[in-house]
Structure formats: C-alpha cells, structure tokens
Write a protein that binds this ligand. Structure first.
Ligand code: PRP
Ligand code: URA
Length: 206
C-alpha cells in the first residue's frame, strides 16, 4: 500500500509535543507548521522540474527549476489550514484550493459546506488534512478534486488511523498517503487513539 510514514527524529519530537494535552494553541500552531513542512517536502519529491541554464560567477551550468504552476495544495477546512503555510513558503507559485468539510458530531460523517478550486488538470495536487480518522473527509475531498480534474492526488495527514487508511484505499485505491504517525485505532466516538484530540480546536483555541 502506498502509505509513507515519516521516519525522522525531529518528526517524532514534534508529534510528541503535538499530542501533549498541555501544549497551548500558539505552540501547537508552530509545531503544526514544522511537521507540515517536513511532510510537504516528502509529498512533493516527485514534483515536475524543467531545465534551466544559468551562469555561476565561474562558468555556465545546466540546472533545474520547478515547472511553472505545477503544484496545487488543497486543505480540508478548517484544520487543514494549519498545514498550508509551508507549501506557500516553499513553492513560489503554488495554487491553493479549498474544500470545506465538517464531521457531524453524532454520525462522524462529513458534511460539505464550501468548495473553491483552481484548475487541477495536469497539476500535482496535494490534499492536506491533519487527521485521517474514519477517512470519510479524505475520501470526500479526493472525490471532489478528481471530479475537478486531478489525476492521482496525494493525501497528506499528520496523524492517521488504520481505519482511515483502509477507507481511502477502498474508495481511491493506489492513493499515495504521507503521514507523520500511524496510530492504533479509533475510539467509539471515532477519535484517533492515542491521537492528539480535536486538531482544529487545539489549533484555533476553540
Ligand atoms: C476533523 C479533521 C478532519 C476530519 C477527520 O475535522 O480535521 O477533517 O475531522 O475525520 P474523518 O477522517 O473521520 O473524516 P472536523 O470535522 O472536526 O472539522 P474542523 O477541521 O473544522 O475542526
Ligand atoms: N478529528 C480530529 O481532530 N481528531 C480526531 O481524533 C478525529 C477527527
């Protein structure tokens, strides 16, 4: 299965502090930025480049630069917003699309409330959402971006449950998933264990 779990001492350090219930929103946002930056690098390892010849102070050399407007990042609102800045910091002409989904507190099913996407055909599309729990939100977002023209969109989450990974594989087989932690299971309320609680609430202090 194309599941990539980030293995790096810094990733383990950041995840541990994100999980800690005493971590306050300001620190939580910084940690979310840092782990998302590591994941952004992993998730764009296959992004398109093109040749460019330049002159160093000493001689001419053939280099490579990012292909123009190849990358699109699509956060699932609201918590996915906490993962966007590393992409906009690193990639000069990234486009950002938005998919608004909210889990029903009783059923844990996602409800769609917003969608605004740039052109996706022929571009490297990365859907970002920090928590892959039941997988309902990720499956819905992947369906939406594919309907809008994305081919083989990549999914990036910070913490994933096995149930969510299996759900994505069931509905969108072959989807490449990058995550920083593969956790044990979901609890009866469909929260990830050990997890880190409600990511959006902790990010925005709600
Ligand atoms: C959280 C999280 C994911 C979703 C994951 O969002 O950010 O989008 O739950 O759960 P799932 O895999 O079971 O679908 P939530 O609905 O709490 O909304 P928020 O981002 O506005 O906090
Ligand atoms: N959404 C969250 O923010 N956390 C979970 O554990 C599950 C869904």
């Amino acid at each position: 299965m194309p599941l990539h779990v980030l293995e790096h001492p810094l990733a383990a350090h950041i995840i541990t502090h994100l999980r800690d219930k005493t971590t306050k929103p300001a620190t939580f946002r910084t940690l979310a930025y840092q782990i998302s930056l590591l994941l952004a690098i992993e998730a764009t390892a296959e992004i398109e480049t093109e040749p460019k010849d330049i002159d160093t102070p000493l001689e001419r050399v053939s280099g490579r630069i990012l292909a123009h407007e190849s990358l699109v990042v699509v956060p699932i609102l609201r918590a996915g917003l906490g993962m966007v800045q590393p992409f906009t910091d690193l990639f000069p002409d990234v486009s950002v699309g938005y998919v608004g989904l909210e889990r029903d507190h009783e059923t844990a099913r996602p409800r769609s409330y917003y969608c605004k996407l740039p052109p996706l055909a022929g571009r490297h599309v990365v859907v970002v959402d920090p928590m892959l729990a039941t997988g309902g939100s990720a499956v819905a977002a992947l369906t939406v971006v594919k309907q809008a023209g994305a081919v083989d969109p990549v999914l990036v989450s910070i913490v994933s449950a096995p149930e969510g990974v299996a759900e994505v594989e069931k509905h969108h087989p072959g989807t490449v998933i990058h995550t920083a932690a593969l956790d044990r299971e979901l609890n009866a309320r469909k929260y990830i264990l050990p997890g880190l609680g409600d990511f959006g609430d902790r990010l925005y202090g709600t």
